[in-house]
Design a protein around this ligand. Structure first.
Ligand code: PBE
Length: 328
């Protein structure tokens, strides 16, 4: 159970009707699970599932469509994961389906509501994210590759940063950590620890890693100079930006973290209004934004080389394996 409703306070805008169907997920579960093993679930299920007369022809996964009003609960419309979900709706010809945009906390609120009742729910998921620790979730198979493969999270820096703030540039360039590190910070924040404090705790516990990023940099190199970092308020980026801000501050910089929508993150670094961002998912998620601006900023490469993955995500109690199963 999630106890951090404080952070979910803005989760009010959604008015989804998640219709709890008469048949429980459990009843549905076993039959189709067995069928999935030999790879052709849909057509045989109806024989075994007489209690669900009306939509039998579509199979159980397709029934989920009606139960959730053919709605996928998404985060903000500027996010790559929502754009990929729209792509998936196209690729799999899920004509009746749409993505309801909201925000990361609002989406989690919807997930939680459904989860408490074991109701079906479809969300725009990604790893790393603490939701995979707090809930038992599955990312659905995506044979059409609408969401792309696992990818990296990159750091970008404005033109001129290297000359003007070489030490900051060096730290940003050296910044590299792993999926588990990011998860640790996210979980702590989710556990009601203040963002800056969670970042500090991770830095304190990982001095060996951090000392590689600051290698050769004086402890007062920043000399009170200001830096600005752009981010979208996704939990992943809140964690990474707070950690790198903490490290930059530890060598004397003053760091401002500015939250904005996705496009302005790229634009601000391209325009030089921001010094850097550590929130760029490539090659797939932010492909379009990156293509628009990459000539105007410097891509410093991955700060998290592996483990970033987007996908259509459901609670594990749901009886569905692949996005294809939603085809009617
Ligand atoms: N995310 C987290 C972002 C990238 C970081 C997966 C929500 C997106 O979809 O754009």
């Amino acid at each position: 159970m999630i106890k951090h409703w404080k952070r979910l306070g803005i989760a009010t805008g959604l008015s989804l009707t998640l219709v709890a169907a008469g048949c429980g997920a459990d009843d549905e579960g076993e039959d189709a699970g067995a069928e999935d093993d030999n790879g052709d679930a849909e057509d045989t299920e109806e024989d075994e599932d007489d209690d669900d007369d009306e939509d039998d022809a579509n199979g159980e996964a397709a029934d989920y469509g009606e139960e959730v009003d053919h709605t996928i609960v998404g985060i903000d419309g500027g996010s790559g994961v929502v754009q990929s979900t729209e792509q998936a709706i196209d690729d799999y010809e899920l004509d009746e389906w749409s993505v309801q945009t909201s925000s990361d906390p609002a989406m989690i609120q919807e997930l939680d509501n459904a989860y408490q009742n074991e109701d079906p729910v479809f969300i725009t998921g990604w790893t790393p994210h603490w939701k995979f620790q707090e809930y038992d979730l599955e990312i659905l198979d995506d044979p059409e590759d609408s969401y792309g493969d696992a990818e990296s999270i990159h750091t970008i820096a404005r033109e001129g940063l290297e000359d003007e703030h070489p030490d900051a540039y060096q730290i940003l360039d050296n910044f590299e950590w792993a999926e588990e590190d990011m998860e640790e910070v996210m979980l702590e924040i989710q556990d009601d620890v203040d963002e800056a404090e969670a970042a500090q705790n991770w830095v304190d516990a990982n001095e060996d890693v951090v000392s590689e990023w600051t290698d050769g940099v004086d402890e007062d190199a920043g000399d009170g100079e200001s830096l600005t970092l752009s981010l979208v308020a996704w939990d992943t980026e809140i964690a990474s930006t707070n950690v790198i801000a903490n490290v930059l501050e530890s060598v004397g910089y003053e760091v401002e973290m500015n939250q904005m929508e996705a496009n302005p993150v790229f634009q601000s670094v391209a325009d030089g209004d921001a010094d850097a961002s550590v929130a760029v998912w490539l090659p797939h998620t932010h492909e379009d934004y990156h293509a628009d601006y990459e000539d105007e900023y410097e891509d410093l490469g991955p700060n998290m080389p592996d483990g970033a993955q987007l996908g259509l995500t459901v609670p594990a109690y749901m009886d569905i394996e692949s996005i294809e199963d939603l085809q009617e």
